[in-house]
Ligand binder design. Structure first.
Ligand code: ADP
Length: 169
């Protein structure tokens, strides 16, 4: 286990990384909520070292989904995708940290669970592409658009990590 001093050094080192403010949108899809996977998925992102800056549970509207999945409108599975995504509540989150977009995609795994590695969310919790538990933005620009679509700026919190001097007094 690391001492407080070591953790502080690690923290300062992390904070000095140039793109530490990168953000991504992660959504736990209705099957993830139904299967009580919310805690386990959040745990993975916390454990990895990312910072949660926005979180809400909601029932998605058709309008937001048609914007979110606008690139997929012509796909044969589009209507069933929208039915799936509106079949129950989602947990939508914004996570921040160094290279968070790319690292989250790796943590989430291949779109098709048959090709998702064990150890990824999809590789550990799903078997079919139409019930693949989680969404993660696929590029930094895509993440910015998705964050704007799902969140108001005021609902994203820019908080500082505690260090050893923050004991509450
Ligand atoms: P990703 O979610 O990994 O970025 P895509 O953007 O290609 O993948 O697809 C968006 C979502 O559409 C997928 O996560 C999955 O829920 C659904 N989807 C993709 N391909 C299929 C398919 N062939 N059949 C059913 N649903 C699909």
């Amino acid at each position: 286990a690391l001492t407080w001093g070591q953790r502080l050094v690690l923290h300062r080192h992390k904070s000095s990384l140039p793109d530490v403010r990168e953000r991504t949108l992660i959504a736990i899809k209705p099957d993830g909520v139904q299967r009580r996977l919310v805690g386990q998925i959040i745990h993975r992102f916390e454990q990895r070292g990312f910072k949660l800056v926005g979180l809400k549970m909601l029932q998605a509207s058709q309008d937001v989904l048609s914007e979110h999945y606008c690139d997929l409108r012509t796909k044969p599975f589009y209507n069933s995708l929208v039915r799936y995504m509106t079949s129950g509540p989602l947990v939508v989150m914004v996570w921040e940290g160094h290279n968070v977009v790319q690292t989250s995609r790796t943590m989430v795994g291949n779109t098709n669970p048959a090709e998702a590695q064990a150890g990824t969310v999809r590789g550990d919790f799903s078997i079919h592409v139409s019930r693949n538990v989680v969404h993660a933005s696929d590029s930094v620009e895509g993440a910015q658009k998705e964050i704007q679509l799902w969140f108001q700026t005021k609902d994203l919190l820019d908080w500082d990590s505690w260090d050893q001097t923050s004991t509450g007094d």
